[in-house]
Design a protein around this ligand. Structure first.
Ligand SMILES: [Fe+2]
Length: 249
């Protein structure tokens, strides 16, 4: 089966539309969403409606989704993120609220040997940025592969059975992003972000996990980020949320 794994849309309708066009052409068997449908961007309801319409969708909640639903507070968020969430809460319609509520809390078992979560299996709000954290995540999950989001940075951490070294892949462009998963190795894998990439590349990222081939393949896509920025400014959201889309930070 081909699982299309994606994360962190953050109400970016321009990015999500471009993603959908590319994703449909790849004809995945399932869509696996790792959380943060909303927050930061200007079109939460359009994004949620299109997300909800995807066939064979498995979705876990992100920290922004939980705050938007009032399940958690934004006390630990930076002021810009908190302001955007206050705006989002007022904007969400009934359909969006119901769909966000229907998303599962991570971590979840996608299939035998594969865990999915937003932050980390031991703490859904935790940011995995180091090999030590990545190893702790996959070991804690009890599975061989752990797919996570939250950092908005695409990455593959590969651990051999002896766990005496780690290989780290940061996919930057298409064409050098097909990574074969080795038997008995452990993997922590982040597809990056659809709507707010933070690896200094403004193009969105996602991946296909092929469980027959045992491989992950990353994809990048361009989208009209200037338009997304204009919408953010027009809605009175903090301008920096538009600026960062142009630079990918
Ligand atoms: Fe996020």
């Amino acid at each position: 089966m081909k699982h299309l794994i994606f994360s962190d849309i953050h109400s970016n309708w321009e990015a999500f539309q471009s993603f959908l066009k590319k994703a449909r052409r790849l004809k995945p068997d399932t869509y696996v969403f790792l959380g943060d449908a909303v927050g930061y961007g200007a079109n939460p309801n359009e994004v949620v409606e299109a997300l909800a319409a995807l066939p064979n969708l498995v979705a876990v909640m992100g920290n922004h989704d939980k705050v938007a639903l009032g399940l958690e507070t934004s006390m630990l968020f930076n002021p810009v993120a908190a302001e955007a969430l206050d705006w989002t809460k007022k904007k969400l319609n009934e359909f969006s609220l119901n769909f966000l509520k229907s998303m599962k809390r991570g971590p979840l078992r996608l299939k035998e040997g594969v865990c999915i979560c937003h932050g980390a299996p031991f703490d859904e709000d935790y940011y995995i940025f180091t090999p030590a954290d990545a190893l702790e995540a996959v070991e804690f999950s009890g599975e061989r592969i752990c797919f996570f989001g939250h950092t908005h940075v695409p990455a593959v951490y590969e651990f051999p059975p002896e766990k005496d070294f780690v290989a780290i892949y940061h996919p930057l462009e298409e064409g050098r992003t097909h990574i074969k998963l080795k038997k008995d190795f452990l993997y922590a894998v982040n597809p990056g972000s659809i709507g707010q990439p933070r690896d200094r590349n403004p193009r969105g990222t996602f991946l296909i996990y092929d469980d027959q081939e045992e491989a992950v393949k990353f994809y990048r896509f361009s989208y009209p980020a200037e338009k997304a920025k204009r919408r953010i400014v027009k809605e009175g959201l903090p301008e920096v949320l538009g600026e960062r889309l142009l630079e990918g930070y």
